[in-house]
Write a protein of this length. Sequence first.
Length: 259
Amino acid sequence: MPAAQGERRGPAVRFHIAADAAATAEMAADSVEGVIRSNPRASIGLATGATMEGVYRSLVRRCQEGSLSFAEATVYLLDEYIGLDADHPQAYRNVITRSFTELVDLRDDAVFAPDCRAPDLDTEARRYDRLVRAAGIDIQLLGIGRNGHIAFNEPGTPFDAKTNVVSLSKATRRDNARFFDSAEEVPLQAITQGTGTILQAKQILLVAQGSHKSRPIRDALEGPVTSEVPASALQLHGDASAVLDLEAASRLSTDQPQV
Ligand code: F6R
């Protein structure tokens, strides 16, 4: 039975512990590969951020070696900053293009993201929400913020949120400043898939590496289901799992075999 919000429960999210970040990336890439093999026309939900870099490197390698093809797949970004120029290197569309989509055999028209230069951003958010739901995401890759966010759903966001315009928390802007020349340059807002949109994905795979993720991982996987920890919403999903390195898993109480 699904847990009600606020109810304390054990980990419903399966997790696998790998020795290091590189091994988590390989495991996540294995999951994406498995989905593509069973359905070459799969819709894949992509996250941005440091966690995903190794995952995309592994998928690119597999594609370039000829063992995996994205030729019939489509991909959907989770979120995009508002206020960056179209060619800004940190616009998520550009990050994903550089690190993944232009390096594999995806069709150019198979990559979707919110258009944050649309004249009406609320209308654009609704359009993107409909697009993602209609696509039916087969596997959604997720990172987790230090504050427990998924995509840019910050603590306090309702679990049924649709894709919408959000303000980034101070903590998230501070964390993301490492990708920009200065902290002031980090955008104040973004369009993000809502938690409710993300939960529509058939399968969700959360990836976390490093000791700075150990607290949000414990709260998300073993803590109460609460909108104060957006990633705890994964406990409500029937097919959510996590791949963690030893450091990210270090505060979990449950023993699961290491891979
Ligand atoms: C990015 C995103 C964010 C990141 C999270 C972790 O599209 O949605 O939620 O996944 O902030 O970021 P890293 O991997 O840089 O620690």
